[in-house]
Structure formats: structure tokens, C-alpha cells
Design a binder for this molecule. Structure first.
Ligand SMILES: [Zn+2]
Length: 110
């Protein structure tokens, strides 16, 4: 999975705060742990910063896991993203998560 493709995926999403589409230039790929990709996005319209976590698996459509507020993003920055415990927590979170993202991506296709 290359970064520009991931950025294009994020750029198809809208800001949760104001509904403006993200722009590729405002997306940072922060890093990844196996299938989990962490992205920082910044909305130029309302200046909201979010952390987006995506699950990207070979042969499957990527899923956006969550987007976090700036405060939560700071919390994330303070923990080591490479920490095995964090990744494990995230995996557990994902296993239990069955939320809105399929809706989000089906909107994209429509
Ligand atoms: Zn916005």
C-alpha cells in the first residue's frame, strides 16, 4: 500500500467538524504498525486537526477506524506508537468495532 493512495483515500473523506473535504496537502502519514496506518489530517476550512486510523489489508478495501480530536491526537503523540501494547489495544478495539465506516465508504462509492 503506498502513501499517495492512502492520502487519496483520506482526501475523499470530509471533515467531521465542518464537512469540508480534506486535501492531500493537509494529510500526513504518521506511520503504520502492520495493517494499521495512522494519519494526521488538518482541515484548512475550520482548522480542526484529527488523527485517522485506517486498517489496510491486502486484497481488501481499506477501512477507516476512527478519527480523533486534536486533544486525543496529543494523547497519542505522548505514547509511543510503536508500543506493542498500544497496537494490541488497537487490535482489540478494532475487533470489537463495527461502526460507521462501511457507511462512510459506501457513501464514497455512491
Ligand atoms: Zn473542517
Amino acid at each position: 500500500m503506498n502513501k499517495s493512495l492512502i492520502k487519496r483515500l483520506i482526501a475523499s473523506m470530509k471533515c467531521g467538524a465542518c464537512g469540508q473535504r480534506y486535501e492531500v496537502d493537509n494529510i500526513d502519514v504518521l506511520g503504520h504498525e502492520e495493517d494499521l496506518w495512522f494519519l494526521g489530517v488538518f482541515c484548512p476550512a475550520c482548522r480542526t486537526q484529527c488523527l485517522v486510523v485506517m486498517v489496510i489489508k491486502e486484497g481488501r478495501a481499506p477501512e477507516v477506524v476512527t478519527d480523533l480530536t486534536e486533544a486525543e491526537l496529543d494523547k497519542f503523540r505522548n505514547v509511543s506508537m510503536a508500543s506493542a501494547d498500544e497496537v494490541l489495544d488497537m487490535h482489540n478495539f478494532l475487533k470489537n468495532f463495527d461502526g460507521d465506516f462501511s457507511r462512510l465508504f459506501s457513501q464514497k462509492k455512491a
